[in-house]
Design a protein around this ligand. Structure first.
Ligand code: CA
Length: 232
């Protein structure tokens, strides 16, 4: 046992069983739910280190589960899609999913993604050690002791990716990054997403950070190149 708890929300029992088997073999404690309603109840009722969330589910679909969970929790969520649901990826990201897996997926890929997403949370919560714990960028404060970003001293409700993206940009303020660079640096090489992922996450961040998201003062666009952070 590695002390990490994972919730699998998946209605196809054969997939759920094999995923559970492989995760348990890796030392995870696994809870399962076979429809969206049950999944949501479990997700809200206990602390998990990660949620694997199928999109097409009976009663309440994965998007609704994601939206509801995000109202109160920043737990890493990996959404599981079938190939033909490609178009839904952007919606899932808008709702705050952290990563995607497309069916059919191999168990090695699954384990790698699960580890990467959990490691990222741990890394973020420990990475105050030895370095600067609180940094100020104008009225934006990044506090690694609390794993929190505040604007005018009010904590922003950010998902893991949003937190990482804002932290990355702010720490290298005024430096412009392309979408490809951000995808590689913030999401990591193991992420197979496309660059729209970056745009969607930037849009969500602006809604939380900017006074007027249509006139961003912090997270700026460099036309034709990418994005950068600047103190207003
Ligand atoms: Ca399904």
């Amino acid at each position: 046992m590695n002390g990490k708890r994972i919730l699998i929300i998946e209605d196809e029992v054969s997939i759920s069983d094999i995923v559970k088997f492989n995760l348990v073999k890796e030392g995870y404690e696994v809870e399962t739910a076979y429809d969206g309603e049950e999944g949501l109840k479990k997700a809200l009722g206990a602390d998990f280190d990660l949620i694997l969330l199928d999109i097409m589910l009976p009663h309440v679909d994965g998007f609704q589960v994601c939206r509801k969970v995000r109202e109160t929790s920043n737990v890493p969520i990996i959404m599981v899609t079938a190939k033909e649901e490609e178009v839904d990826k952007v919606l899932g990201l808008e709702l705050g999913a952290d990563d995607y897996l497309t069916k059919p997926f191999g168990m090695r890929e699954l384990i790698a993604r699960v580890k990467a997403n959990i490691r990222r949370t741990e890394f973020l919560s420990d990475s105050g050690d030895g370095g600067t714990k609180v940094s100020n960028y104008g009225n934006i404060t990044i506090d690694m002791t609390k794993y929190e970003i505040r604007k005018n001293d009010k904590p922003l409700e950010l998902t893991l990716r949003e937190f990482e993206l804002l932290k990355y940009l702010a720490e290298q303020e005024n430096q412009v990054f392309s979408r490809e660079q951000l995808l590689e640096e913030v999401w990591g090489y193991e992420y197979y997403g496309d660059i729209r992922t970056v745009d969607v996450t930037i849009r969500r961040l602006r809604e939380k950070v900017e006074d007027d998201p249509s006139e961003p003062k912090y997270i700026r666009t460099k036309r034709g190149i990418g994005y950068y952070f600047r103190r207003p």
